[in-house]
Design a protein around this ligand. Structure first.
Ligand code: ASP
Length: 403
């Protein structure tokens, strides 16, 4: 019998999961463990993968002496696309105005929000880890990347014999985790089934939610679709001279994983695998651009943040002029740099911006009922943005790709 291709298996799992979540709600616990195990396996490998990929990436680039240029190019590109995303978010929320005239009292405030809010200064100081093991245990990606960059740079400065040993070691270490990723990908249909069943079964009163927050959801999803299906493909086409939709089809398992886990960090191993093996971007580029993109480049999140902050201001009847919106752009951009790619990470950034703008934090409760669903959409856009970035940067470095 012919084996069904992985993407069809995933699609079937997805549809079955929705049906299961709706009609067999009470049996969710019998299957949701598959999702938990899938997610745990991805989380299990992501830290060693980031560490080894960035170190081996820099060691390999370092031997060609172009690390500084590539690093700056990557960071500049990601900051530029995040800014574009925030502008799309602001544009959508100004046109649709989902919060205007909203009866704030009709929405039940779910639970009190208590979130640790780091200041902007703390975020930047926090890039330098005090203890690398603590950073790894706490999924502090920015600190791990910083450490890996330093280690990578200095590996090329030690004597030849040690240099070769360490370069070989980190290359081999990276290869090992890519192999494990390949195995985890095979489990994706089961994992995605378990994750989606749980999300569907946990949605309370979806109809009611859509009625009250429908316009807001439309604003966010509309912005994400415009950015993902128009802006990013145009950049990939005209700046990267690559075929965006062929690339989209190559990374579909990655994107579905991002959607079902709502964590771009969890989708990173798959993104590295598909972007390099299917679209042909060299490991030299993916090892470096994708881990960095996962941390500093969150296009979907950027759109969401802009929409939420404006929505809250509109619901409260606070007028937001150009000056305030530029402030949103700058704070959203800066604070999203230090945000980990985990579910609901945006909420931390939103509290920072609300504070900067002097808007009431309690109103964040307005959007909590739909946060999980929108998290799935924004995470997919985050991961897609990283992957397009890797393609564009690879092309700008003269690589010949399959897309
Ligand atoms: N869940 C998102 C991610 O992992 C971050 C967020 O917007 O909450 O990329």
């Amino acid at each position: 019998m012919k084996k069904i291709a992985l993407h069809w298996q995933i699609l079937i799992a997805f549809i079955l999961a929705i049906l299961f979540g709706i009609f067999l709600k009470e049996y969710v616990n019998y299957v949701s463990w598959m999702g938990d195990i899938f997610l745990r396996m991805l989380k299990m490998i992501v830290i060693p993968l980031v560490l080894s990929s960035v170190i081996s990436g820099i060691v390999n680039i370092g031997s060609e002496g172009s690390f500084g240029k590539l690093g700056l190019k990557t960071i500049a590109y990601y900051l530029a696309t995040s800014s574009l995303a925030i502008i799309v978010g602001l544009f959508m929320v100004n046109i649709i105005q989902p919060g205007v005239g909203m009866d704030i009292t009709s929405i039940a405030v779910e639970e009190p929000i208590s979130i640790d809010r780091p200041s902007m200064g703390d975020i930047f100081i926090g890039i330098v880890p005090e203890n690398i093991f603590y950073a790894m245990a706490n999924n502090d990606f920015l600190a791990i990347i910083f450490f890996a960059i330093i280690a990578g740079i200095f590996i090329s400065k030690i004597d030849k014999k040690s240099n070769i040993i360490l370069a070989d070691f980190f290359n081999a270490f990276f290869e090992l985790f890519m192999k494990i990723t390949m195995f985890i990908i095979k489990l994706a249909p089961f994992g995605i089934f378990g994750l989606i069943v749980k999300v569907v079964a946990e949605q309370k009163d979806f109809g009611n939610m859509v009625a009250s927050l429908g316009l807001f959801m439309l604003t966010v999803i509309g912005g994400i679709l415009i950015h993902s299906l128009i802006t990013l493909p145009l950049l990939t086409r005209y700046i990267g001279k690559a075929k965006p939709f062929k690339h989209l089809s190559n990374v579909k398992t990655t994107l579905i994983t991002a959607f079902s886990t709502a964590s771009s960090a969890a989708a990173l191993p798959l993104n590295m695998k598909e972007t390099s093996e299917k679209s042909g971007v060299s490991h030299k580029i993916t090892n470096f651009t994708l881990p960095i993109g996962t941390t500093i480049n969150m296009d979907g999140t950027a759109i969401y943040i802009a929409a939420v902050v404006m929505f809250i201001a509109q619901a409260k009847g606070v007028d937001m002029g150009l000056k305030e919106q530029v402030l949103i752009l700058i704070t959203a951009l800066m604070s999203s740099i230090g945000t980990a790619g985990v579910p609901m990470a945006s909420l931390v950034i939103i509290t920072i911006i609300l504070e900067v703008l002097g808007l009431p934090l309690e109103l964040m409760a307005l959007i909590l009922p739909v946060d999980r669903i929108l998290d799935m959409f924004r995470t997919t856009a985050n991961v897609w943005g990283d992957s397009c970035g890797a393609v564009i940067i690879a092309k700008s470095e003269g690589e010949v790709l399959n897309v």
